[in-house]
Design a protein around this ligand. Structure first.
Ligand code: C2E
Ligand code: MG
Ligand code: MG
Ligand code: MG
Length: 284
């Protein structure tokens, strides 16, 4: 009897794996089709200087405009993209579109830094420094208006090669930040080795800032550490004024979060954040 049960669960286990594999393959081919059909879109979330809430930049965040399901968020499909052959293609698409948008804003007189997210798989093949340089040249974007967000775990593989690549990227004038800082595998020695312009404090620490003294301690020391190292520090996931005020009192310079604005289509971003700036300029 015991044998039968074990066999039974084995069969169930196997079919669960097969189903998951099939789902994955279906999603993968749907994503390839989506890329062909141009169903991906970039949303932009404002990044502000915390003391006066003035706009400093925007983070480009990918969305899949699914013909039936509507907007799908990256958490639902980027893990599949990043572990498939689509990673490079979609990564390039994101970079090209973000650079074009940033250049269009630059030409209209708004100096909005645009940040894009890189996945570790994008660094595995080819030379990212070379593609970034090519993209800057093709779009004419001022390099300091482009920011790359990478997670700490990019250094887990082929450290020497990745370090060299990012040194060349930084030499181009492009800014590089560690995203979700504090949640990855990086040891503090990475902060010394890696060519870095700033840290983004993960929103899991920012969320509980007012209520949890541990979170406050972690955020406070990250801000202190950044300053000592001469790095910009950006807090993500700011959802209310009290959190923003507390961050200012701790010396945090920049932030983003629903309190300042959700990720939104480029046109909405222009209307809400750039039109106001233009109006202020012409009124002065
Ligand atoms: P991330 O880079 O850490 O981006 C910040 C995420 O936090 C975004 O989720 C944003 O919508 C969300 N967020 C911002 N402010 C708040 C807030 O106040 N409260 C809360 N609860 N959430 C907030 P999103 O857009 O769903 O993106 C999730 C993740 O997907 C990103 O995390 C990033 O790791 C990845 N991702 C997004 N776009 C791209 C892309 O173009 N390429 C790559 N490789 N990854 C991307
Ligand atoms: Mg990010
Ligand atoms: Mg982040
Ligand atoms: Mg995060």
């Amino acid at each position: 009897k015991a044998k039968l049960t074990r066999r039974g669960s084995h069969v169930i286990f196997e079919s669960a794996i097969r189903e998951e594999l099939e789902n994955r393959l279906t999603l993968e081919s749907e994503l390839a089709l989506a890329a062909d059909r141009g169903e991906f879109e970039l949303f932009y979330q404002p990044q502000v200087r915390l003391v006066d809430a003035s706009l400093v930049g925007a983070e480009a965040l990918i969305r899949w405009r699914h013909p039936v399901r509507g907007y799908v968020s990256p958490g639902e499909f980027m893990p599949v993209v990043n572990s498939s052959a689509l990673s490079e293609r979609i990564g390039n698409w994101v970079m090209e579109n973000a650079c074009r948008q940033a250049r269009a804003w630059e030409l209209s007189g708004d100096r909005v830094r645009v940040a894009i997210n890189l996945s570790p798989s994008q660094l595995q093949s080819g030379d990212l420094a070379h593609s970034v340089a090519g993209m800057l040249e093709a779009t004419g974007l001022t390099p300091s208006l482009l920011e790359l967000e990478v997670t700490e775990d990019i250094l887990l593989h082929d450290e020497a090669r990745v370090l060299d690549m990012f040194k060349r990227i930084q030499q181009l004038g492009v800014r590089v930040l560690f995203d979700d800082f504090g949640t990855g595998y990086a040891s503090l020695s990475y902060l010394k080795k890696f060519p870095l312009d700033g840290l983004k404090i993960d929103r899991s620490f920012v969320f509980g800032l007012l209520a949890d003294s541990d979170d406050a301690a972690i955020v406070g020391s990250t801000i202190g550490l950044s300053k000592q190292l001469g790095l910009t520090v950006v807090a993500e996931g700011i959802e209310n004024r009290a959190t923003a005020d507390f961050l200012v009192s701790m010396g945090c310079e920049e932030g983003q979060g629903y309190f300042f604005g959700r990720p939104m289509p480029a046109e909405a971003f222009e209307r809400q954040f750039l039109a106001a700036e233009c109006a202020a300029v012409s009124a002065a």
